[in-house]
Design a protein around this ligand. Structure first.
Ligand code: G3P
Ligand code: CA
Length: 290
């Protein structure tokens, strides 16, 4: 049976509990199209990983956003992709003697001084690197759903526990919020840790394990999220045939798809989600193909 049919059957058996999971949400659209996830926010149109980028996603009508979480020198969680502040802030101007400007070498107060918008466009001058707490409050305010990536966890021992604690403090680990949350990482160890700490949280592994490895991953991750270039329809079907740690078929979100032709291609493979900097372009392609 196709995974989508399995999911429908499981929903009928399990009732609303299954409907309330992020992965069933990803399959529950009226159209049957993949969920579209705004990568680092709507990052083609606003500076990535900022409050402006998730406001833009919401303004365009998209519910799911993705981000990257790292840690400052003094232990604050912040939302930024690179392990250095150089590309997406004016850190070189503000702190010229501090090369290579690693996130982990700056305090939260220092990072709060940086402009994280001007590199993208003068229209976003003064945009800040958000703390994760600030970010979660804006996600909540915007009624959005979050694919949270624990980035470079090897640099930040204990970041999984700290992230879960912050999510709990912000009210994001109750049943209602968990249905709007997926935690992912390129590190299988990090995702194993998240699953051990908070078994009810939906998790995703970023990468493409071999077919032989998939059963092992299904012990701790609900989704397998590969780069689109590494996907085939057969691989997606193989992933869908396995049940994850919550007894639901494993899902697949493909990244980072920014053009219509690739969006149509991965949709035809049967992916459950498409992660994109241009959610409007992907949505239009999916609508056209349907
Ligand atoms: O969500 C997928 C994607 O974010 C993984 O790559 O480098 O953009 O974090 P990256
Ligand atoms: Ca990411």
């Amino acid at each position: 049976m196709h995974a989508r049919a399995v999911a429908v059957t499981a929903t009928a058996v399990l009732g609303t509990a299954a409907l309330m999971s992020p992965t069933s949400d990803a399959r529950a659209g009226d159209t049957g199209e993949p969920t579209v996830i705004a990568h680092r926010g709507a990052s083609a149109y606003a500076p990535e990983n900022t409050l402006a980028s998730i406001d833009k996603a919401a303004a365009l009508g998209f519910h799911w956003v993705e981000n990257d979480v790292q840690r400052t020198k003094d232990g604050s969680l912040v939302v930024i992709h690179d392990d250095s502040l150089k590309r997406t802030t004016n850190v070189e101007q503000v702190f010229p003697g501090r090369a290579p400007w690693k996130v982990k070498d700056f305090t939260a107060a220092e990072i709060a001084r940086l402009d994280a918008g001007s590199w993208f466009s003068p229209a976003f001058a003064g945009t800040r690197v958000p703390t994760l707490a600030q970010y979660m409050r804006r996600v909540e305010h915007n009624h959005e759903k979050l694919l949270l990536e624990i980035k470079n966890p090897e640099l930040y021992p204990g970041i999984e526990k700290q992230t879960m604690k912050l999510l709990d403090n912000e009210g994001w680990l109750d049943g209602r919020h968990r249905a709007r949350l997926i935690v992912q990482s390129f590190s299988a160890d990090s995702i194993r840790t998240v699953h051990r700490l908070e078994p009810a949280v939906t998790t995703a592994y970023l990468g493409r394990p071999s077919v032989g490895q998939l059963q092992g991953y299904a012990d701790f991750t609900d989704l397998i999220n590969p780069s689109y270039g590494k996907l085939t329809g057969a691989y997606v079907s193989t992933v869908h045939a396995l049940d994850g740690p919550h007894g639901r078929p494993l899902g697949v979100f493909a990244w980072t798809v920014n053009d219509a032709a690739t969006a149509s291609k991965v949709a035809a493979y049967g992916v459950d989600g498409v992660i994109t900097n241009k959610p409007d372009v992907v949505r239009a392609a999916l609508n056209a193909a349907h």
